[in-house]
Design a protein around this ligand. Structure first.
Ligand SMILES: Nc1ncnc2c1ncn2[C@@H]1O[C@H](COP(=O)(O)OP(=O)(O)O)[C@@H](O)[C@H]1O
Ligand SMILES: [Mg+2]
Length: 353
């Protein structure tokens, strides 16, 4: 089979940010894009069974896809600009009638807008932290009403995040706020730095897990659950997986023991986590794979923080990437993981491999 790989490659250093409007990009702008090693590892994994063609998801991606006509595309492209950027390549592929791995444009756009995803989850009775979206710097505290649960107001502590980012972009140690002044400062920072609304959520202080799911419908599987172990973070910092925790304090040369996989959880909690994750996967119409972030409330009940239908897949075990880590705990090396995702997509489309 001819398998295309669509990707966006991370630009090295801030010096490449260019001129004009790009000058004002936030310092973590490229954090979600893939590095060369990841793209190469995906290529090698697929090349064991297929002819692989790499297609950078740039402004001429459509022409390249149209010309090379792969039988299927392994899509890891995060997209170029805008609130629905992850949908760009899947929408082009739908138009060209080329099958691809992972979710479609609608599911990707909904999951990137965390509030939209939470609205849908709430509608279907799936637990997610109470929240409010603020796009106006002149907001008053009395405006902070949750749009769910009887418009109950949001109690401190709260966490403030950009509405449509990932890879811990815009989530800093000081994103957890305990009073009005801190809240206003963080909301203003998110709106100014990321040029998008701020999502304010009740802060859940319980254990945190991230759950890798692979497959579809009756073949959907939960890989061993990963727990985020906050005791490995520097003393005194907030118990969150912040930008600092992901990209600064944890490096391949000095890895934090931040993830435990499999998590040490009893069968009841494991079942509750499995149920909430598979329900969310189905409700949001996710395909083939997804990593779902979960946090517990004080009564040990799981809540969905967010869904990552284009999960990070750094190949080097030292890079502490959760999806490959969960796969390794299930006995799947990187090659098997990538091919399992491709096979899930092929099965869904009825393509024989
Ligand atoms: N409502 C919340 N309660 C407690 N912690 C949270 C909450 N929302 C986010 N966090 C913390 O911030 C981290 C990043 O938030 P998340 O929404 O997953 O953003 P990203 O898309 O960048 O991964 C989470 O892994 C968790 O540690
Ligand atoms: Mg997350």
């Amino acid at each position: 089979m001819k398998v295309g790989v669509t990707y966006n490659i991370k630009k090295q250093g801030s010096g490449v940010r260019g001129q004009g409007s790009e000058k004002a990009l936030p310092s973590d702008f490229f954090a979600e894009w893939d590095d060369e090693d990841t793209i190469e590892a995906v290529r090698v994994a697929l090349a064991k069974r297929h002819d692989v063609v790499l297609i950078e998801a740039d402004e001429v991606a459509y022409e390249k896809l149209k010309a090379s006509k792969p039988d299927i595309v392994f899509n890891i492209a995060e997209g170029l600009w805008g609130q629905s950027r992850e949908s760009q390549i899947p929408a082009m592929l739908d138009m060209l009638r080329i099958p691809y791995t992972g979710s479609g444009p609608l599911a990707l756009a909904i999951c990137l807008d965390k509030a939209r995803a939470k609205e849908l989850l709430s509608y279907h009775g799936i637990s997610t932290p109470l929240f409010s979206v603020i796009s106006d710097l002149g907001f008053r505290i009395s405006d902070l009403k949750s749009i769910i649960a009887n418009r109950k107001s949001l109690p401190f502590p709260l966490i403030v995040k950009p509405l449509y980012e990932g890879s811990s972009k815009g989530i800093r140690n000081n994103s957890v706020v305990n009073g009005e002044d801190e809240l206003k400062e963080r909301v203003a920072w998110v709106i100014a730095e990321y040029r998008q609304p701020a999502l304010i959520e009740e802060f859940l202080e319980g254990r945190e897990f991230t759950v890798a799911m692979i497959g579809n419908s009756e073949d959907l599987k939960m890989l061993p659950v990963v727990e985020i172990n906050y005791s490995s973070l520097p003393a005194g910092v907030n118990p969150i997986y912040s930008y600092e925790a992901k990209w600064i304090w944890d490096t391949p040369d000095n890895p934090l023991e931040i993830f435990q996989c499999p998590a040490d959880i009893g069968s009841k909690l494991k079942k509750d986590i499995g149920d909430i994750c598979s329900n969310a996967f189905r409700i949001l119409d996710i395909k083939d794979w997804c990593r779902i972030d979960i946090r517990l409330d004080s009564k040990e009940r799981p809540y969905i923080l967010e869904l990552n239908p284009l999960p990070g897949i750094l190949p080097d075990p030292k890079s502490n990437s959760c999806f490959p880590k969960a796969a390794r705990a299930a006995g799947m090396d990187y090659h098997k993981l990538i091919n399992a995702v491709l096979d899930a997509a092929c099965k869904r489309y009825g393509i024989k491999t």
